[in-house]
Design a protein around this ligand. Structure first.
Ligand code: SF4
Length: 287
């Protein structure tokens, strides 16, 4: 397998797989292998408008009611296909080394915010059922979330199911100040809501923090911004250090919907990672 084949597979996060509506396979750097992705937001609904989002919202999404039975069938058929052929039929996957194709997780990550979907709890229940059904695979259940709705009781019931065996919440914290928060996440809500939700969540459930570091036009996070971010991270860590599983810093590697967004040098990310490691005893990964 060539390096470029792996890079190509990492950057292929197309959510269209054969005739599926909600389920797609992806080689994920963060999961360290093959991830079964679930996109609950075919209509592209999201409570953020991140500057770096890859979803092009100038093209309307599909309006299709979620069918839990069909969703289950889509997940099962993907796992069956994996068992039979290791998904070698999928466009980029045949060039990928077998160890990179090992199935790692089922992940709620789509063209919007999964927790906005009314059936969120039922989807978590279904994921747990499938995780139990395929005990031969060490499947982790993962929710990637922007944390805007983690305070709602029905969402928390879903989180409880999702994390009851081997599951994690990957919550977004991209800013330390409201000013950068508004620029990077395009939200009019207060950053304090996100902070409270992340603190409340890490008290009860295993969680990692995901942070995007990028340039927007000529702007990028100043040291004042990074210091404010570190303070927020510290508060989250001390709200539930047993459940705090680490920090993922990531930069722009794929095409973003806005062309004003660009990548920062890898050194910048490594420097922020070092500052986090110097202030907290946590695992920090740079992607
Ligand atoms: S939270 Fe995710 S889906 Fe929503 S705008 Fe941001 S990057 Fe896009």
């Amino acid at each position: 397998m060539s390096f470029s084949a792996l890079q190509k597979a990492y950057s292929d996060h197309s959510r269209v797989w054969e005739l599926n509506h909600w389920v797609y396979p992806v080689i994920s750097r963060r999961a360290g292998g093959l991830s079964i992705g679930i996109n609950l937001n075919l209509d592209k609904s999201c409570s953020f408008r991140c500057a770096y989002c890859q979803v092009d919202r100038t093209i309307p999404g599909k309006s299709l009611a979620l069918d839990l039975n069909l969703l289950e069938q889509e997940i099962l058929s993907l796992i069956e296909e994996y068992k039979k052929n290791g998904l070698t039929g999928f466009s980029n996957f045949k060039e990928i080394a077998e160890e990179k194709r090992l199935i790692r997780d089922i992940c709620l990550s789509g063209d919007g915010e999964s927790t906005l979907v009314p059936e969120f709890k039922e989807v978590c229940q279904l994921m747990l059922k499938i995780q139990k059904q395929f005990r031969e695979y060490p499947l982790q259940l993962t929710l990637i979330t922007n944390a805007t709705h983690l305070q709602f009781p029905k969402v928390r019931e879903g989180l409880s199911l999702l994390t009851s065996f081997r599951g994690e919440i990957w919550g977004k914290l991209d800013a330390g100040t409201d000013a950068w928060f508004r620029q990077i996440n395009g939200s009019s809500m207060s950053l304090e809501v996100i902070q409270n939700n992340l603190e409340m969540t890490v008290k009860d459930f295993p969680m990692q923090i995901q942070t995007m570091l990028c340039k927007i036009g000529e702007n990028f996070p100043s040291q004042v911004e990074i210091d404010a971010y570190l303070k927020r991270l510290e508060k989250i860590y001390y709200a539930g250090k047993e459940n705090f599983k680490g920090v993922q810093l990531y930069g722009v590697v794929r095409q973003t919907a806005l062309d004003t967004v660009s990548a920062l040098p890898k050194d910048f990310l490594e420097n922020v990672a070092e500052q986090i490691r110097n202030s907290l005893p946590v695992c920090v990964n740079v992607f």
